[in-house]
Design a protein around this ligand. Structure first.
Ligand SMILES: Cc1cc2nc3c(=O)[nH]c(=O)nc-3n(C[C@H](O)[C@H](O)[C@H](O)COP(=O)(O)OP(=O)(O)OC[C@H]3O[C@@H](n4cnc5c(N)ncnc54)[C@H](O)[C@@H]3O)c2cc1C
Length: 479
């Protein structure tokens, strides 16, 4: 019997956990023992409970014995950042993947009310033949919408938190609250992203103040026409190409999230989405290609020709269809979503800093990534995701043999420290580098208001002493 099993058998926590496991039945509880594709230290986990109804979530949260912490996850596929590992040891994972009801799909107002286990693939399928689509990410169709939105993940159209108009939250005492904008009994609502008065919804993203059991998700009009143009250029022209693309983006020649891939070699690819009314697309496409040609920066300018899988995948995602993404999981990890974490060979890490949308910054960031990769003997690739005309989410990722995780993690530590020294901090964190950046006293007081006994996800985006996020360097004054 290992330590966790012994604890389960002998303590009051153990009795509570056993009781819930029995009540939830075979599929409602899981054996302890988990792998994560990032090869982060495996946390000591007391068990996993998988309620199937919101009422059960409320009861579990309200009945948690003193000292028991719950770590909610939606589908738990937070790959590269810790997957479903809790931040702190000793938690019970609260898997919400069995809450998978689409409670409402309103194609007049263009919203879906969904639960945490609703995957982006499932919602995309429901919307397939409709005039609306959901903002999908490049991750597996089996990943959640709610978990990703709570992490402020990035879809192909916009940052996922922009999709959220309402949240249903179970608070630490088991109370259920609805925040933001919800359909009334006749289905009337306005899918507006803000609340009247202080915004409470954002407090539940990247925090540990509650368990989200549903969300109102804003849908996007399906464009009448959509094309993706790939611009190829040499990395030596990266800064100039980024500045040129920023101009196109700012003048709305490009829509959605502009992606610029910088694989290990010197060839970079920018994928530019042109969409909307069919005539508008025909004009904008010509204009974009002409401008790109005249700039002299791009060696190859082409629309999808059927010979580039990445081009095809992005085009599908921009049209609200994430199905092709699963190919990447299979190619990289030799397994579909459920097998990614446990795959025997391939590890995977993310580092996600924000940059200003500036060529010089992107080129400097690339040099920094290459320097750290060379120093540690690892391979990291930065991908630009322009999420607005002024902000870039730089997705820096590493695939490594699971047997050689140490240098990859050493590189990850260096990325955090050297990017911070350059003035660029991440917008989203992995389980080993979890520290919120707000004033610690204020964050602690908010935690006391929402969860005084520390039931929910201890250490997730909590303030922490140490240099990872340095408030002083950000100009935050002590009171
Ligand atoms: C090849 C590849 C491509 C990827 N592409 C993208 C991409 O384009 N964009 C992107 O953003 N990510 C991407 N990812 C990362 C990741 O797979 C996705 O972000 C994925 O959606 C996260 O997993 P999930 O949806 O299961 O969220 P979860 O793992 O369930 O949730 C993430 C975290 O949010 C919190 N949380 C979740 N649900 C709740 C809840 N109900 N209440 C309270 N807290 C909760 C938990 O702390 C949890 O750890 C990619 C990964 C890979 C390997």
């Amino acid at each position: 019997m290992d330590e966790a099993e012994a604890e389960k058998a002998s303590t009051p926590h153990g009795a509570w956990l056993r009781d819930w496991a029995e009540r939830l039945g075979d599929t409602g509880a899981e054996e302890i023992g988990q792998a994560n594709v990032g090869m982060f230290r495996q946390r000591r986990v007391l068990g996993t409970l998988r309620p199937a109804r919101v009422a059960q979530v409320r009861e579990i949260v309200a009945s948690a014995p003193p000292g028991v912490a719950l770590y909610p996850v939606s589908t738990g596929y937070n790959w590269g950042l810790g997957s479903r590992e809790p931040v702190a040891d000793g938690a019970v994972v609260l898997g919400l993947d069995r809450l998978r009801r689409v409670r409402r799909l309103d194609l007049d107002i263009a919203v879906a009310v969904i639960e945490p286990g609703v995957t982006q693939g499932a919602l995309a399928e429901l919307l397939a033949a409709t005039p609306y689509m959901v903002n999908v990410t490049a991750s597996s169709p089996h990943t959640s919408i709610i978990g990703n939105a709570l992490e402020r993940g990035v879809g192909l159209r916009r940052q996922r938190c922009e999709d959220v108009a309402g949240l249903e939250v179970v608070l630490a005492d088991g109370r259920l609250v609805r925040l933001g904008n919800w359909p009334d009994e006749r289905g009337r609502m306005v899918p507006y992203r803000h609340e009247l008065g202080p915004g409470l919804m954002p407090l539940f993203a990247q925090s540990n103040f509650g368990v989200v059991t549903a969300a109102v998700i804003r849908l996007l009009p399906r464009p009448q026409a959509l094309t993706v143009i790939r611009l190829t250029f040499d990395a030596s022209r990266l800064a100039r190409a980024v500045d040129e693309l920023r101009r196109y983006y700012g003048q709305r020649l490009i829509s959605g999230v502009l992606k610029i891939y910088q694989p290990v070699g010197d060839e970079c690819w920018a994928f530019c989405c042109v969409d909307g009314d069919a005539e508008l697309v025909a004009c904008a496409r010509e204009l974009l290609m002409r401008r790109a040609g005249r700039s002299g920066l791009f060696d190859d300018i082409r629309e999808h020709a059927g010979d580039d899988e990445l081009h095809e995948q992005l085009q599908c995602c921009l049209g609200g269809d994430p199905r092709l993404n699963e190919r990447v999981m299979e190619r990289w990890f030799g397994a579909g979503a459920p097998g990614v974490d446990g795959n025997p060979d391939q590890g995977f890490l993310f580092f996600l800093p924000l940059l200003p949308f500036q060529g010089a910054a992107v080129a400097e960031a690339r040099a920094l990534v290459r320097e750290i990769a060379a120093e540690t003997g690892t391979t990291w690739t930065p991908t630009v995701n322009a999420i607005s005309p002024d902000v870039i989410d730089l997705v820096v990722s590493c695939r490594f043999p699971k047997g050689a995780a140490a240098p990859a993690h050493q590189a990850l530590d260096l990325l955090y420290s050297r990017f911070a020294a350059a003035g660029w901090r991440p917008y989203r964190l992995d389980v080993e580098h979890m520290a919120a950046s707000g004033p610690p006293d204020l964050l602690k007081r908010l935690k006391d208001v929402f969860d005084p006994l520390g039931v929910i996800a201890p250490a997730r985006y909590e303030p922490r002493e140490g240099p990872v996020v340095d408030n002083a360097a950000r100009g935050v004054c002590s009171p």
